[in-house]
Design a binder for this molecule. Structure first.
Ligand code: AMP
Length: 583
């Protein structure tokens, strides 16, 4: 049996402890399946020491005997008051480490005396030394201190061989760091690091709390800000709403009997959309993107030198983070290793390597495909009815469930066709259609009626897609078995190659056929959209224009049966007419 060394992520908001066993990385449960230990320490009413969730729970009511975010004070020659006494930051951190050590010992059934602990890349010598001391106070020999981005990169790249440069974007509860790292074999070098150690998911929660406070002021004329109990509830509700908005387009903040105002109870019931939430947090995301550029220039690199972006920290589950990074840097960020746990996993991998265990791997189930639906949106600067809207991106860990809101496009629209695609192409018609259904019987509403579509993919590759009219609850759904057992893109290429070889030289032309067919199909779809648009204009057109419109529509319809050049000519004529009528 190899030596036992654990890996610890001693975080500002949460801490975790992990170990490598039988070549696998395990993050140990703190209680009932939960693997995050809140990095909060406190003294209870009866003088008992509280670590983790119970300490976090008492913070709002008893801040004087509770300590949070001690990591920010590490390395300072200071004393932190807690209850009747005060403590060095190392001592408070040691209490968290002690608790983690106990958890590991209970889990493994043997004493744990050695650990690898992670610290932010920007930590000074004094801060690293304080972390080491915290370990010693807790009865742990700190065999190595490693940088958090290094640990994250190890969790992602434990089996990767080639050299590559990665951007590690780490947005936790209260801190943000971005690092540029060079990965080569087992060696991870941090080239540059930048960040803000007072920015994180907690700020997102505060924005929601402020939004709710404003609602309470306007709607009920009350100021809940001065009431600690109500604020504690609001903070929890805000965090829960934020987390829900990572997977759904809407979330409810509802707290019954939140407080009393002039003798009557005040209930909070406020719906928040993802769009509203994103508007609230946009300035923070902008700040992080600016820091990304600072880190890149600090490393003397440009965006094009970066091979991949790794997401670390719970707050990176906010979809806007990956979306904005992709827009800004043109790379789809990787988030498949649980962003809350990947630093602890990397620490355990490093510990395993030091202990001489076989090179451990992080095993995760991810979807190899992107799944989504089609919608009317802008494609290449033009409105196009079959834009691909991905709901579940490839490499997302499964099981997963994601929802998105769509809107009807015409007044009184009674039905919506929902097509399910697998692929990556922004033009849904170039992706693979794997199912479709229609939601019909919608209420009589102006354009903009909200339809919430949910994609749920389970471990067996079964994809369940449902669409619900938000205001009535009317719902239709479809289940697609074997959604991830279809032809992989590479297989498709190889298959084409095989067919090509079998058919000799001429097969080149026939292999290209599907693309031409797709082009022809697209032209016909565009023609259909053009005709629909012309028909909508018919109602409001004068007699003369109406006649021209009818002729134009007929010409396109006739040409649909003919060749593409003829169809294109008829479409151009109709498009010119629409342009003239609309301008
Ligand atoms: P960490 O410090 O890495 O543990 O990250 C904690 C932060 O991640 C807190 O602000 C959490 O509210 C936030 N968080 C956790 N899960 C999610 C989620 N699904 N969506 C958005 N934020 C999340």
């Amino acid at each position: 049996m190899s030596e036992l060394i654990v890996g610890i992520d001693l975080g500002t908001t949460n801490s975790e402890i992990a170990v490598v066993r039988d070549g696998r990385v395990e993050v140990m449960a703190v209680s009932g399946g939960v693997r995050l230990l809140p990095s909060v320490v406190g003294i209870a009413d009866d003088g008992a020491l509280l670590v983790g969730e119970p300490a976090r729970n008492q913070y709002v009511l008893h801040p004087e005997r509770t300590v949070r975010s001690i990591k920010r004070r590490m390395g300072e020659a200071t004393r932190v008051p807690m209850g009747e006494q005060d403590y060095a930051p190392q001592e408070i951190s040691a209490m968290i480490l002690c608790r983690l050590k106990q958890i590991a010992e209970a889990h493994l059934g043997r004493p744990v005396v050695k650990a690898v602990i992670t610290v932010p890349a920007y930590f000074s010598d004094a801060q690293r030394q304080a972390t080491r001391e915290a370990g010693e106070i807790a009865g742990l020999e700190v065999v190595r201190i490693i940088n958090e981005p290094t640990a994250a990169a190890l969790a992602y790249e434990s089996s990767h061989k080639g050299a590559r440069k990665a951007l590690v974007y780490d947005l936790g509860g209260g801190t943000f760091d971005v690092s540029v790292v060079n990965l080569e074999g087992d060696v991870v070098e941090v080239l540059a690091s930048h960040g803000d150690n007072h920015l994180g998911g907690d700020d997102f929660d505060h924005k929601i709390v402020e939004h709710a406070l404003e609602h309470l002021r306007v709607r009920h004329g009350v100021d809940a800000g001065a009431q600690p109990m109500a604020m504690a509830r609001l903070q929890r509700a805000a965090e829960a709403a934020k987390i829900a908005l990572s997977d759904q387009p809407y979330a409810m903040l509802s707290e019954e009997y939140l407080l009393e105002h002039e003798g009557t109870p005040v209930h909070l019931s406020l719906e928040l959309s993802r769009d509203d939430f994103e508007a609230l947090i946009e300035p923070y995301i902008d700040e992080t993107l600016a820091a990304v550029h600072v880190a890149l220039s600090g490393a003397g690199l440009t965006v094009s030198d970066i091979d991949e972006i790794l997401l670390v920290g719970g707050a990176t589950r906010t979809p806007m983070v990956a979306r904005r990074l992709e827009q800004e840097l043109g790379i789809l960020p990787r988030g498949e290793v649980d962003p809350d746990l990947c630093v602890a996993m990397g620490a355990a991998i490093q510990a395993g390597v030091i202990a001489g265990a076989q090179t451990p791997t992080v095993l995760i189930d991810v979807t190899p495909y992107t799944f989504g639906t089609g919608a009317l949106a802008e494609l290449n600067g033009e409105t196009y009815p079959y834009c691909f809207v991905p709901l579940i991106r490839k490499n997302t860990p499964i099981p997963v469930s994601r929802s998105e809101v769509f809107y009807t496009v015409i007044d009184g629209q009674e039905k919506v066709d929902v097509t399910v695609y697998q692929g990556e192409d922004p033009d849904a018609l170039n992706d693979i259609e794997i199912g479709r259904f229609t939601i019909e019987g919608l209420r009589d509403a102006p354009a903009g009626n909200r339809i919430v579509t949910t994609f749920s993919l389970d471990l067996n590759g079964i994809l369940h897609v449902s669409s619900r009219e938000k205001d009535t609850g009317l719902e239709y759904s479809i289940t697609i078995d074997n959604a991830i057992a279809r032809f992989q893109a590479d297989d498709l290429l190889q298959a084409r190659e095989r067919v090509r070889t079998l058919f000799g030289e001429d097969a080149g032309a026939s292999a290209a056929q599907p693309r031409d067919e797709a082009g022809g199909r697209r032209l016909r779809v565009e023609a259909g959209a053009l005709v629909e648009k012309a028909e909508r204009l018919l109602g409001g057109a004068g007699a003369e224009d109406a006649e021209d419109l009818v002729n134009g529509i007929e010409a396109v319809r006739d040409a649909m049966a003919g060749d593409e050049a003829e169809l294109q000519t008829a479409m151009d004529a109709l498009a010119d007419l629409l342009y003239y009528l609309e301008s």
